[in-house]
Design a protein around this ligand. Sequence first.
Ligand SMILES: Cc1ncc(COP(=O)(O)O)c(C=O)c1O
Length: 398
Amino acid sequence: MIQTANRIASVEEYYFSRKLAEVRGLDTPELRVINLGIGSPDQAPSSNAIEALITSAKNPANHGYQNYKGIPALRKGIADLYKNIYDTQLDPESMILPLMGSKEGIMHICMAFVNEGEEVLIPNPGYPTYSSVANLVGAKLRTYDLKEELNWGVDIEALKKSDLSKVKLMWVNFPHMPTGRTASRAELKELVDLARKHQFLIVNDNPYSMILNDVPMSILSIEGAEDIALELNSLSKSHNMAGWRIGWIAGKKEYIDAVLKVKSNMDSGMFLGLQHAAVEALKNGKEWFTSLNKMYANRKKAAKQLLDLLGCSYAENQSGLFVWAKAPDTIKDIEKWIDEILYGTKVFITPGFIFGEAGRRYIRISLCCTVEMLQEALDRIQKFTASKQLNQSKTVTA
Ligand SMILES: Cc1ncc(COP(=O)(O)O)c(C=O)c1O
């Protein structure tokens, strides 16, 4: 046996990589699994994007290695999106770097900026990849709590009082996954000011800004952000292209160049057909987002009915692809409860502990399945709960 590298002792296989294999194992033609776990949009991208991919793939000249920085039309499309959606001006030549998804960008950024032992601030609860990658590069993890009492906002006063001298990088993610919390411009400004004062890099991971959110915002639009901030973004959620792996990083030229140094040693560019498709998808206008958000708003109503049945409580105005909800106090072990529902009904719901200790009493329901499926999930859980109660009362009577 060859010994694995020490660094992988610091991480575990991604929760969904393990759990979804288990969930898939329960799927049978008689009773399909209803997966309310993962935020992978179930609808197709716009037809112009699909057509562009097909046309491009038919051209024999389009199958070679590509430029590491992506084609100019893609960078221009992303710059246009920043102007139209976030009212933010970016130079497409120097301030945008297309990536194969934004998740990969988390590793690129840590490789480019974080030395062993330097501190990385990570939201709790938060996307688990921030901490896994920080561990992989040998950084010192420092979580900051998002507090339910602050409606899941950052306790900025607590951060200000703490020693930030060794912090190299802070991850923020607004609209936040899993809580659905958005940040106001003033809150983002306070965070940017803190990063400037203590000279650390602040990165906003922004893939949910266009989903159920009236005021999409980029951290790069905040005054003073240009010298200390970067942003990750992608077409995964907003354009139904999660499996296509199209994302980007945006910010100051020198920072983009540093990330390119890492990235150009790790991949050999994005397939041209995908880039052509992305250029088309980026042309989607108001009607696309209106119809997408109408669909998610309807699903959210059905998801809330399911949560009501489960006795959960939740904030009304959550952005993004999920509903984050607190489990009832009567449930002692959330993971066990989730598994009981999974094995009793074949409905999979994400337990909140995977997003950090602050998520321990919570669950997350994805809006990436139809209203009919959410209603079917509700129906199954209702029947399961009723039969459990019946069995319990039989036991008591016996
Ligand atoms: C907070 C957050 N960031 C980043 C990602 C990665 O998205 P992608 O790599 O598809 O752009 C996800 C995906 O679920 C996410 O929830």
